[in-house]
Design a protein around this ligand. Structure first.
Ligand SMILES: Nc1ncnc2c1ncn2[C@@H]1O[C@H](COP(=O)(O)OP(=O)(O)OP(=O)(O)O)[C@@H](O)[C@H]1O
Ligand SMILES: C=C(C)CCOP(=O)(O)O
Length: 248
């Protein structure tokens, strides 16, 4: 059983304070992952985390997004460096709880090809799983053929990894309990972007990858269903439930 899970950057960081981890939220998520991976020894989990107040402000400062590239190597190092610092914190929180978390950096492992497709070989991630590690990837800045380097969101990585690893379960944990309708209620299922386009917004904070609108658009590209839920439902998702909104 392979699960691909994204932890939103807005969950594990204080999104409005530069390069600040939300220690309580990260601890709670790491506890849930430690419990879940402890309980079922045949559960392979691949974790992806987003940028929050680490990647997004640096990317915005340099004008880099999924569609706007840069050839400025210093900008690339700055954005990637911030994501590595967050990745170290996430891996450390998991490691402290006995989870065999190891980093897997998209900047080094992949690139976007001339067809605008993210090429990220799943074999390296699969090999880590086979050796008993829990790979931890993250939204990143990656080489983009013809554009220098662009931002790849954790949501796009989730889609690529879920396909490449033929994942059994896919989950995205953000700050909200699901995609909300205009009355503030969780929409149980989304099958087409047009059905929800009117209620989808960006993010409350600096976000170069499009907030909830970008997330739903990315996740609809996957054939398999994706659960989109909030931090309170992380343990339930890891236990096998489908909380929040099902993007199908
Ligand atoms: N209809 C909607 N339902 C729920 N959230 C919405 C909606 N429209 C806009 N949002 C915003 O989208 C945000 C979630 O997207 P965001 O990209 O910030 O999350 P994330 O993936 O957790 O963080 P990061 O991009 O840093 O990884 C919510 O915090 C909310 O402000
Ligand atoms: C801004 C960077 C570098 C990563 C963005 O990843 P996301 O938060 O998953 O959209």
């Amino acid at each position: 059983m392979t699960t691909v899970l994204k932890l939103g950057g807005s969950v594990v960081t204080a999104k409005d304070e530069p390069e600040t981890v939300d220690a309580d939220a990260l601890a709670a998520a790491a506890d849930a992952l430690a419990d879940a991976t402890d309980a079922s020894n045949d559960a392979d989990v691949v974790l992806v985390h987003g940028g929050g107040s680490f990647g997004h402000p640096h990317a915005a400062e340099h004008g880099v997004s999924p569609t706007a590239g840069t050839h400025d190597a210093g900008a690339v190092r700055e954005i990637h460096g911030a994501m590595r610092r967050l990745n170290e914190r996430v891996c450390a929180a998991l490691g402290e709880r006995g989870v065999p978390a190891v980093p897997h950096h998209p900047h080094s492992a992949g690139y976007v090809d001339g067809d605008e497709t993210l090429a990220l070989p799943p074999d390296g991630v699969g090999a880590k799983l086979d050796e008993g590690f829990l790979p931890v990837l993250h939204g990143d800045v990656v080489t983009h053929v013809g554009a220098g380097a662009t931002v790849v969101s954790g949501d796009d990585l989730v889609v690529t990894l879920a396909r490449g690893l033929d994942a059994d379960r896919v989950g995205v944990c953000s700050t909200v309990p699901g995609v909300l309708d205009d009355g503030g209620d969780v929409i149980p299922e989304i099958t087409a972007y047009a059905d929800v386009a009117d209620v989808l917004g960006g993010s409350d904070s600096t976000d170069v990858t499009g907030g909830m609108a970008g997330k739903v658009r990315a996740l609809l590209a996957l054939d398999a269903p994706v659960s989109l839920f909030g931090p309170d439902a992380l343990a339930a998702f890891l236990a096998g439930d489908e909380p929040g909104t099902l993007v199908d």
